[in-house]
Design a protein around this ligand. Structure first.
Ligand code: ADP
Ligand code: MG
Length: 261
């Protein structure tokens, strides 16, 4: 009998048997998934199903109660010492976190900084890189998201779509191993959704590993290698988009898709 691929060939992100509760509410129940290097994983599911908690756990913003998450072979939040685990120090967590880019629904740009300064900030302060080296790269990233001419503008002078594109440039500036998006277009007016999805597609084409929580089924169909459907803290099913979106095996997936399509 051959072992499953996820055991013989570890993915870039490995979520294994993760449980997480807030008080008596179990928000993640035995969640496992594997994200292959260079792949795009789209996570779908109703509100409250645990999608954000899962992304936050990958990004050290939540501690899991059981199970583990590994990034590129390193445990998130822990280091193995022989047969025991030691919790990482604050400093080690910061270093590990800079390998992960996170794009939030609400952009979360620094309001007092220009677009360029927003992109330059983390590589300089968290990765201790030289401002002179980072700045030309930051300008290139702004150009890549179509905002070369907005470098010196503050967030409030930008549309929501433009702010989110700056947030994507800022996440890319860390040269992350994986980029996580939590409903990146949910806060946008409908006419601005397309420009942000185009930028994410462009990032996907460059081979960056992406995990995207979104309700944009068209995007999932076009870009995802794997679609994961979550409901009530469990992964109900996962697989290639044509399987999960067009031939879902579970009633819960079918009824969710009927609502969002
Ligand atoms: P989703 O992103 O799929 O909408 P979330 O992961 O945000 O779901 O939330 C899952 C459940 O966990 C919800 O019931 C939410 O209210 C609850 N929850 C999330 N964060 C906390 C928290 N810090 N404390 C208590 N409950 C929380
Ligand atoms: Mg959420």
């Amino acid at each position: 009998m051959s072992a499953p691929t996820s055991e013989t060939q570890p993915g870039l992100v490995e979520v294994h048997g993760v449980h997480k509760s807030f008080g008596t509410l179990e928000v993640l129940h035995d969640v496992s998934l594997t994200v292959e290097p260079g792949s795009v994983t789209v996570i779908l599911g109703p509100s409250g199903s645990g999608k954000s908690t899962l992304l936050r756990a990958i990004n050290h913003l939540e501690k899991v109660d059981q199970g583990f998450i590994a990034l590129d072979g390193e445990l998130i939040g822990y280091v193995r010492k022989g047969r025991t685990l030691r919790e990482l120090s604050e400093r080690e967590i910061l270093r590990q976190r800079t390998q992960i880019g996170f794009v939030f629904q609400s952009f979360n740009l620094f309001p007092h900084l220009t677009a360029l300064e927003n992109v330059v900030e983390a590589p300089v302060s968290a990765q201790r890189r030289r401002r002179e080296d980072v700045e030309p790269e930051a300008r290139e990233l702004l150009a890549r998201v179509g905002l070369a001419d907005k470098a010196d503008v503050r967030p409030r002078q930008l549309s929501g779509g433009q702010q989110q594109r700056v947030a994507i440039a800022r996440a890319l500036a860390l040269r992350p191993t994986v980029l996580l998006f939590d409903e990146p277009t949910s806060a946008l007016d409908p006419e601005l959704v397309g420009e942000v999805l185009e930028v994410i597609k462009d990032v996907a084409r460059t081979g960056t590993t992406l995990v995207v929580v979104t309700h944009e089924i068209g995007f999932a169909r076009e870009v995802a290698d794997t679609v994961v459907f979550m409901d009530a803290g469990v992964v109900v099913e996962q697989g290639p988009p044509d399987q999960v979106l067009d031939a879902p095996q579970h009633e819960r997936t079918r009824s969710f898709l009927q609502k969002v399509l």
